[in-house]
Ligand binder design. Structure first.
Ligand SMILES: Nc1nc2c(c(=O)[nH]1)N[C@H]1C(S)=C(S)[C@@H](COP(=O)(O)OP(=O)(O)OC[C@H]3O[C@@H](n4cnc5c(=O)[nH]c(N)nc54)[C@H](O)[C@@H]3O)O[C@H]1N2
Ligand SMILES: Nc1nc2c(c(=O)[nH]1)N[C@H]1C(S)=C(S)[C@@H](COP(=O)(O)OP(=O)(O)OC[C@H]3O[C@@H](n4cnc5c(=O)[nH]c(N)nc54)[C@H](O)[C@@H]3O)O[C@H]1N2
Ligand code: SF4
Ligand SMILES: [Mo]
Length: 743
């Protein structure tokens, strides 16, 4: 007897609602949920493969514990005993910073990842925190922190209403969008064109997204900050700035004008390889559009001037009056956001409150660069203890971070490592304990993180589609028990973690005049929470205290978990709305258009005006049927055009004597890889492209299908030394490489 169940897809940032067909515990089909309030039936090939992802035979079903050097299956009790026994002595002997934590991308796609990592970090008190953010969007957090006083206040383009979208270094037709949660991003771009709007794409490759555009600017990699500075320059020079109703909320406009004086279209033309007329046209089109949104993603972040480029994206939104207006770029307000405090000056955003031990990199948002993880483990200094134990949750940095070979070796030298991961892969193979979460069909879903970046306000929650296999803990329970084991409370009821968080949250809320809980009895409020378990009660708490919540009865029409459960296709909460000045937490209470650290980094950008790459530079690419490093084990998602090849322009191929399909050696600062060339004019001359997340040929992993066609690890070409200085973000695009065609 088959049945159906609803499940929000966790496989990318688009958060599509799926209808799963189930035969017992097996997912036999997945289609788009036509009644989903946000995705309205959209699905992509990855979502359609949900059943195959869920049922991958290589998923671990029991914990692994290392005994006599070998990872062997063990009971959950034994596994958590081993975690407690492994971590406690490291903290005792070497202090909290000797325990490192690595958080990977899927934490934004799980309920467990939304609720527990912050509790773990607070409990450990370690400064050795590394996440996928510093190989991704940290520059955007830093620019938002500096401009708006809140690193998480990221404006998203109002895709469904804008008249003009300037899209920089993003390829949503393959990625399905990022820092802009929008199911059916491709359809929304087509709708923009259909309603008479225009799309401009800045990308060194002629991507599927670029092919859809009215204008494609094939920029030289790594130079977007120069181009955007010149666009801002033109807005000033031609009198095209118009802040409109934003003006009273913005400071630093004239200082900005002066700071950008040198960045004329002519001055940036050679470095960007974009002629001055095109730059002027970009500025004029942006200013002339009734509404417009500037949006930058991976290609604008993972570059040497990532923070400056991210800052300039919002500078352009501000100067054209498009920040915080419908059709422009707005600040979403998620249902689980904190209840909004009144507008007014805030504490501002601090960078570099501490530094990494070996290279002295400044922290950003409480994190150190993932690029520095290997050296923080393998290098002793007088400054303090190296990292000796590691907690990795949903992370595969051996493939996703620079210089995987060095990190691979460093991980092998740790006193203790625990991985929360469904696979025995390139990273988890070094763990002393592997704690596998259940597959997605057995897990609940709510998008704590991605709803704060969504193009429409909505809220959805799906309970597990299939009951947990007997004896298997949910990932929420795994993380709660990990927290207890890591902090000397091994064996305590994991529900205590949730109860403590609830008590602390309510204890604070009752003291805040803007909270609906103000002045009330926290224990009485806690008793009102509903939900089948601790994580559900925490979701209920966040919903009820949140901007659309019932405030525990203060707003009887407001949201509660019960109301959400009664709407399995979700609840629509309307389009994005102007919110300024409320989200601003800068010391001035205004948008600070030229923050000090940014001004301090402009001389480096000015020097870049004269830089020209001598040889080839490397950039990445994504394929619709991939997801970073962990989906190459699914036969339905591999093969065809989803291959690890080096894209190379025909002119470069001819010059270097490389035939299509020939195997070439690519050399970078961190090492070399050997890979087949694919000659294509989709990349611009002077640029080669390799996808990331490949290189599944290391021993001791259990990824049978991925190992058949392992590909190579592009990040081996990097040595980890190239960073965006303000954010610590790795430079993954625009990296100098050389090709060697001798066999
Ligand atoms: N050269 C280059 N490198 C890049 C990038 C690039 O564009 N170019 N992109 C970067 C970006 S944007 C990112 S986000 C990073 C991603 O890098 P990582 O954060 O390392 O993420 P993944 O490679 O997706 O690996 C995720 C890990 O989580 C595990 N996993 C999957 N599902 C679950 C789950 O439900 N629970 C748990 N606990 N674990 C799970 C997988 O088995 C895998 O081990 O890579 C970065 N690396
Ligand atoms: N299918 C699939 N979807 C994914 C992922 C995946 O691995 N596969 N990963 C997910 C993750 S973790 C993330 S963060 C998002 C990322 O989402 P996107 O940012 O849309 O990612 P990409 O498809 O890599 O697009 C980046 C584009 O930047 C271009 N680029 C490279 N260098 C430069 C440059 O210097 N300047 C400019 N202007 N462009 C440049 C590249 O050619 C590429 O087309 O995708 C998510 N979705
Ligand atoms: S677009 Fe993303 S969320 Fe939607 S079905 Fe595909 S992988 Fe899942
Ligand atoms: Mo990412």
């Amino acid at each position: 007897m088959s049945r159906t169940a609803l499940r929000i897809c966790p496989l990318c940032e688009a958060t599509c609602g799926l209808t799963l067909t189930l035969d017992g515990p097996r997912v036999t089909a997945a289609r788009g949920d036509r009644d989903d309030v946000f995705s309205q039936g959209f699905i992509c090939p990855k979502g359609a493969s949900f059943g195959a992802v869920d049922a991958d035979p290589d998923r671990l079903r029991a914990p692994l514990v290392r005994r006599d050097g070998e990872l062997r299956e063990a009971s959950w009790e034994e596994a958590f005993d081993a975690v407690a026994a492994g971590l406690a002595p490291v903290v005792e002997r070497h202090g909290p910073h000797a325990v490192g934590v690595v958080l990977g991308n899927p934490n934004v796609h799980t309920v467990a990842g939304g609720l527990y990592p912050s509790v773990l970090l607070a409990a450990l008190g370690t400064r050795s925190v590394f996440t996928a953010s510093t190989v991704d969007q940290m520059p955007k957090h830093v620019s938002s922190g500096l401009l708006f006083g809140d690193a998480n206040a990221i404006p998203v383009p109002d895709l469904d209403r804008t008249d003009h979208l300037l899209l920089i270094g993003a390829n949503p037709l393959e990625s399905n969008g990022s820092l802009c949660t929008a199911p059916d991003f491709p359809g929304r771009l087509k709708a923009l064109r259909a309603r008479g709007g225009t799309l401009t794409v800045i990308d060194p490759r002629r991507t599927r997204t670029a092919k859809l555009a009215d204008r494609h600017v094939p920029i030289r990699p790594g130079t977007d900050a120069l181009l955007l500075a010149a666009v801002a320059h033109v807005l000033f020079a031609e009198g095209l700035t118009d802040l409109g109703v934003l003006a009273p909320h913005v400071e630093g406009v004239s200082e900005l004008r002066a700071a950008l004086r040198d960045f004329t279209p002519e001055a940036v033309a050679a470095a960007c390889d974009v002629d001055a007329a095109t730059t002027r046209a970009l500025a004029r089109e942006l200013a002339a559009a009734p509404t417009a949104a500037v949006y930058g993603r991976i290609g604008s972040c993972t570059v040497p001037h990532g923070t400056l480029a991210s800052w300039l994206v919002d500078v352009l939104n501000t100067l054209t009056g498009n920040l915080d207006r419908p059709g422009g770029a707005l600040f979403p307000q998620a249902a689980t956001d904190k209840s909004p405090r009144p507008a007014g000056p805030g504490r501002g955003f601090a960078l570099g409150r501490w530094h990494s031990r070996v290279s002295g990199h400044p922290e950003a948002k409480g994190e150190l660069p993932l690029s520095a993880l290997a050296e923080e483990i393998d290098t002793a200094t007088a400054e303090g203890e190296p990292v000796r134990a590691l907690v990795a949750i949903a992370a595969n940095p051996v493939l996703s971070a620079p210089d995987g070979a060095r990190l691979d070796k460093a991980l092998g030298s740790l006193d203790f490592m625990v991985s929360v991961d469904p696979y025995l892969n390139e990273t988890s193979r070094h763990a002393h304990v592997v704690l596998p979460p259940p597959p997605p069909a057995q897990s609940p879903h709510h998008d704590f993180a991605l709803n704060t970046l969504a193009v429409r306000h909505q809220v959805r929650y799906t309970r597990p589609a299939v009951p947990l296999e007997p004896g298997r803990p949910a990932e929420t329970e795994i993380l709660a028990r990990l927290i207890l084991a890591a902090t000397g409370r091994h064996g305590t009821d994991p529900g205590a973690v949730d109860a403590t968080v609830i008590a602390q949250t309510l204890g604070k809320a009752v003291t805040e005049p803007h909270s609906p809980a103000y002045g009330r009895d926290p224990r009485a409020l806690a008793a009102l929470l509903t939900g089948a378990d601790g994580p559900e009660r925490r979701l209920d708490l966040m919903l009820r205290l949140g901007p659309y919540g019932d405030g525990f009865g203060v707003r009887p029409d407001g949201l509660t978990l019960e109301k959400l459960l009664a709407q399995p296709h979700g609840i629509d909460l309307g389009p994005l709305r102007p919110r300024l000045p409320q989200p601003l937490k800068t010391r001035s209470g205004k948008v600070e258009l030229l923050p000090g650290p940014i001004a301090g980094d402009l001389p480096r950008l000015r020097r870049a005006l004269a830089e020209r790459p001598a040889g080839l530079v490397l950039i990445g690419r994504r394929h619709l049927r991939s997801n970073n490093s962990w989906m190459h084990n699914i036969p339905a998602l591999t093969g065809g055009s989803n291959r690890c090849t080096l894209h190379l322009h025909p002119e470069d191929a001819a010059r270097l004597g490389v035939a299509d399909g020939a195997v070439v050696r690519v050399k970078g600062a961190g090492g070399e890889v050997t890979v087949p060339a694919e000659v294509t004019d989709a990349v611009r001359p002077g640029v080669v492209s390799l996808p990331h997340g490949w290189g599944h040929d290391r021993p001791g992993t259990r990824l049978a299908h991925a190992a058949l066609d392992p590909g190579v690890n592009v990040n081996q070409l990097l040595d980890g030394s190239l960073l965006d200085p303000l954010s610590g973000n790795a430079v993954l695009n625009g990296v100098p490489v050389a090709l060697d065609t001798t066999p």
